[in-house]
Write a protein of this length. Structure first.
Length: 170
């Protein structure tokens, strides 16, 4: 083994080289040794290296553990969730389409009611016109009033000449 530490009986690592002892011994722990921290020199080999050797023969590698197939209960749960999700989306889509048709019907009804409101407003405006009001008053036997007379209340004095309204036969 070409390592920097070995295991002791208690399971703790012990320093193998004395240069690393400064890192683990109390007061020397903060003192850094520049020789240890410097990177190792790189050697450049101009001759191409041969192909790597075959892997070392050691313990045979155990095959991977067999993959257990999912249990039927889990499969049933997944299938139930998928079917439930699809049915939920289908139900939601159906409700959206129903509401769309209802909305179209309500918009058509609103348009008809708006048209009816316009027609009724126009009829009311025609009936409130002065010519129609005078004709309706004549049909009821009303006559136009002449010049009015006024009574001043503080003095009780009459301003203007009171005259009876014209007869309907005029």
């Amino acid at each position: 083994m070409n390592g920097t530490a070995t295991r002791t009986r208690t399971g703790r690592r012990a320093a193998r080289h004395s240069s690393y002892a400064g890192f683990v011994n109390g007061a020397n722990a903060l003192q850094l040794d520049p020789a240890v921290l410097a990177p190792p020199p790189v050697e450049v080999d101009l001759v191409p290296s041969p192909l790597p050797a075959a892997p070392p023969v050691g313990r045979p590698v155990a095959p991977p553990a067999p993959v257990a197939l999912p249990r039927p209960a889990f499969l049933a749960l997944v299938v139930a969730l998928v079917v439930g999700g699809v049915l939920g989306v289908l139900l939601l889509n159906t409700k959206i389409n129903q509401n769309s048709f209802r909305l179209d019907d309500l918009r058509a009804q609103q348009a008809a009611l708006d048209l009816q409101e316009q027609q009724l407003s126009q009829q009311l405006a025609e009936l409130e016109s002065p010519g129609n009001l005078a004709a309706a008053a004549r049909r009821l036997g009303l006559v136009p009033a002449g010049t009015p007379a006024f009574i001043r209340l503080p003095e009780g004095r009459v301003v203007g000449v009171p005259a009876p309204a014209g007869s309907p036969g005029r």
